[in-house]
Design a protein around this ligand. Structure first.
Ligand code: BYC
Length: 472
């Protein structure tokens, strides 16, 4: 089923034409999606030609085609990874049973909620990023923004397919609601906290791609383990696309760090504001913010929801099938950081209710590897500064640390100390105004804003000065 039929109105590798009811439901949703894309998608660039990749197959080799496309004409389609013959439910109470091709009735509500929560993040991020095109630091970056945006749109399609194909009328209603909620709207906000924050500038965008899209990677990887096979196949293919989004974030921050180091060496100062750069301390404050709101996306440290998702076989651990244990976890324990008066201590908790924290641990370790690569750039310039991940209890709004005041180094502090110091740890109004002042568009091919270094190479073998977006 590797090939994708592009002659269809909705490109797909799920034999949509064989299911008239589903085809009609999706064809009915398609114009509503396009209307949402026009209203809430990239502002001001809908008629421009953008050098984008489009999925043309789900093969490990060569799944994408690159070419100029106007975004509203992007072929958003439905692509599932190849089925795994004889796949089973690999964890929880149904372990060893054949993977489900249809939704098990007893888990219908739970599964729908998981799919809706995942689906809701996709249009939310497009909404958050819709004004960024106006202030792009280069055509190369502009193209990457739009690539991320169209693929988040495709991820929405992926979840809507599951809802329409497997949840009947409820699913169709949820599909509509996904186009009606709005990021940051007081009356109809997006479901998860981080997706209601603003992404007002490109530093925030790159941090978002690094930290928040990485939550996407870990959540999708856990859902890819699901016993509900269509969800597993869908998420497996989404992960292929997600990798580019994290690359955009990691490489974007790396290029800002690179430029900061160059300016520091050139002007022999770390006060880069005089020289139009972004100093490393400001970057640390943005990092603290984006890391902490993304840590919230993993839910409470102790969660019966997470235990139930696992026991039911709906959402597994990261790399579930590579783990060497009983995949039931009824007797196992897991070390969880908890608040104990004015200290943070590690306690052994039942492994099942600790699954959110375990996934957060996998995530933090992955983030740390990226931060180490940024620090390597700083070290190579002979500069004595290290970017650091904040302690997981810092600036949290969800879970057991939500009520506590904790410094980035993990010290539990008083409200008075927080009030006195938080401006050293989180972006200040002054930081935001300065970063905003740098957001001046650079649109000549091969030219880059002063605060960011050019990338080492272009996209798909094209040169860095390629015309990635045709603005004329
Ligand atoms: N904000 O036991 P708890 C991505 C709610 S990103 C607001 O703590 P649970 C992407 C929770 O819903 C990946 N509410 O948590 C990235 C629950 O509500 P109810 C998105 C929150 O349920 C970039 C209550 O608090 N995918 O793909 O174990 C660009 C207590 O729940 C938050 C998924 O999230 C929050 N941060 O886990 C584009 C996967 N956290 O039941 C895309 C699907 C918790 O009391 N979702 N709550 O009404 C899940 O697996 C789970 O819903 C969560 C929460 C991990 C999010």
């Amino acid at each position: 089923m590797a090939g994708i039929d592009y002659t269809e109105r909705i490109p797909n590798n799920v034999s949509l034409h064989e299911n008239r009811r589903l085809q009609r439901a999706l064809e009915d949703w398609q114009p509503k999606f396009l209307e949402w894309w026009q209203d809430m998608g990239p502002n001001g660039y809908q008629a421009k030609e953008v050098y984008l990749r489009t999925a043309i197959s789900v093969d490990a080799q060569g799944w994408a085609h690159f070419g100029y496309v106007r975004m509203p004409e992007y072929r958003w389609g439905i692509f599932l990874a190849e089925p795994e013959q004889g796949r089973q439910v690999n964890f929880g109470d149904h372990k060893g049973q054949p993977a489900w091709q249809e939704v098990p009735g007893e888990y219908r509500g739970t599964l729908r909620r998981l799919i809706v929560t995942q689906g809701d993040t996709e249009p939310a991020s497009v909404e958050q990023q819709r004004h960024l095109g106006r202030t792009c630091p280069s055509l190369y970056d502009l193209r990457n923004l739009f690539q991320v945006n169209v693929e988040e749109g495709r991820h929405l399609w992926a979840m809507v397919y599951l809802l329409d194909a497997h949840f009947g009328r409820d699913g169709r209603e949820e599909s509509e609601a996904l186009l009606q909620r709005r990021s940051g709207d007081a009356d109809k906000p997006r479901i998860l906290g981080a997706f209601n924050e603003k992404t007002p500038d490109w530093l925030s965008f790159f941090m978002f791609c690094f930290f928040t899209d990485r939550d996407g990677k870990y959540q999708l990887a856990s859902l890819a383990e699901s016993g509900f096979d269509p969800l597993s196949q869908t998420c497996r293919f989404m992960l292929t696309e997600e990798a580019h989004h994290m690359f955009v974030g990691e490489a974007g921050i790396m290029r800002i760090v690179q430029r900061a180091c160059e300016l520091m060496r050139e002007h022999k100062t770390d006060d880069l504001r005089k020289h139009g750069g972004i100093d490393l301390r400001t970057m640390q404050r943005y990092l603290n913010f984006h890391c902490s709101v993304s840590l919230d996306l993993f839910g409470s440290e102790i969660s019966t929801n997470a235990a139930n998702f696992y026991t039911a076989g709906l959402k597994g651990r990261f790399e579930e099938t590579k783990k060497q244990d009983d995949h039931l976890l009824k007797e196992a324990t897991y070390g969880v950081a908890e608040l104990d008066g004015d200290r943070i201590v590690m306690r052994e908790e039942p492994a099942l209710v600790s699954l959110n924290e375990r996934l957060r641990d996998d995530y933090v370790a992955d983030c740390a590897r990226g931060v180490a690569r940024w620090n390597e750039v700083i070290r190579k310039h002979g500069i004595d500064f290290e970017l650091k991940l904040p302690h997981r209890a810092f600036h949290r709004a969800i879970g057991s640390f939500a009520e506590a005041r904790v410094a980035p180094d993990g010290r539990v502090i008083s409200q008075a100390e927080w009030d006195a110091k938080h401006h050293e740890w989180l972006p200040t109004e002054e930081d935001k105004a300065y970063i905003q002042s740098l957001m001046v568009p650079v649109t000549e091919p091969g030219k880059f804003a002063n605060w960011i270094a050019p990338p080492a190479r272009g996209i798909n073998g094209q040169p860095v000065d390629f015309e990635y977006v045709r603005l004329a």
